[in-house]
Design a binder for this molecule. Structure first.
Ligand code: MLT
Ligand code: MN
Length: 304
């Protein structure tokens, strides 16, 4: 199984259009210690010829142009794409806006929970995905499905929050319901090899910990290093918890929470532009690596 990191940054990307923190300034200056990253998405393939996208980021066009694997092959018909399926983990802008790049009469299957499909259905701009070519298939939680031959995916609910633009601020849970945020178990049907893709997660419950126990690879929410990082940076008023993300560090953080789970490879993705781990020479990056975690980066390909 081949896993391609298309984008490692959180919503807004890195650098983000209106952010002027040190991370972003250095990235804009082309500082090789702080390389720019596009918005979070991965692609998975068994044969290298047909790929399943997990989320469709607003940077998808750039990601396709940066990764030959996702471009029409030289010997393809004049209209063709190796992208055969798209699976969504929530309705966040950074995970659905890229669907608009996949317009025109190109066949692929689109998989999402009823909650996310309802959001797409309520926004007629997504009708640019011609229904005669793009089937919208409902993901049922904890029920395996096969978006492409040889790949079996099981989606499961994880603690999280409804997409920002759908929040009901009159409610303490912002109107969040089951199916708003899912993690994916992605299985190579033939070999039984599997990994988990969980780009957004607010807490590691005992149930989730049991599911991930001894997994060969987990690619996990790395939005923030510390919960109040955006507030300290003066860039916002929200904590990571308020946004539905658990942070990397601290007693409630993901590094601590994964200790003892026996996960063989742990990799952070969906890094916010304030996260000091984006800087390859920061002490926070060193601490993450020393704890046995890896950090995703655009263009990285992993074989399982
Ligand atoms: C998130 O992951 O919290 C969202 O992508 C934030 C956003 O929509 O900007
Ligand atoms: Mn996001």
């Amino acid at each position: 199984m081949r896993i391609l990191i298309l984008g490692a940054a959180a919503g807004g990307g890195f650098p983000q259009w209106n952010a002027n923190n040190e991370n972003c300034r250095r990235a804009r200056d082309g500082d090789s210690s702080v390389p720019a990253q596009t918005q979070s998405s991965i692609a998975v393939s068994m044969d290298g010829a047909t790929w399943c996208l997990c989320n469709a980021s607003p940077d998808l066009r750039q990601q396709i142009e940066a990764n030959r694997q996702l471009q029409p092959r030289q010997d393809s018909p004049v209209r063709a794409s190796p992208i055969g399926a798209v699976v969504l983990t929530n309705a966040d802008i950074d995970h659905i806006a890229g669907l608009l790049n996949l317009r025109e009469n190109q066949a692929f299957s689109l998989h999402a929970t009823a909650r996310v499909l309802d959001t797409l259905g309520a926004n007629s701009v997504f009708n640019v995905l011609n229904p005669a070519f793009v089937g919208r298939l409902e993901i049922k939680l904890d029920t395996p499905f096969s978006p492409l031959p040889g790949i079996t995916i099981t989606a499961f609910a994880v603690p999280g929050k409804v997409a920002l633009y759908l929040e009901d601020v009159s409610r303490t849970d912002f109107g969040t319901m089951s199916g708003d945020t899912v993690g994916l178990e992605i299985l190579d049907t033939a070999s039984g090899q599997k990994f988990f893709y969980i780009p957004g997660c607010a807490a590691l419950t005992p149930q989730l910990g049991a599911r991930l126990h001894a997994a060969p690879l987990v690619i996990f929410d790395g939005t923030l290093y510390t919960d109040d990082e955006m507030i300290v940076a003066g860039e916002g008023v929200k904590t990571g918890q308020r946004m539905g993300h658990m942070s990397m560090s601290g007693s409630q953080g993901s590094i601590k929470a994964f200790e003892g789970l026996g996960v063989q490879r742990r990799m952070f993705i969906h890094l916010n532009n304030t996260n000091p781990v984006l800087n390859r020479h920061s002490p926070e990056r060193a601490a993450v690596l020393a704890s046995g975690w890896e950090v995703a980066m655009d263009g990285l390909e992993i074989s399982l």
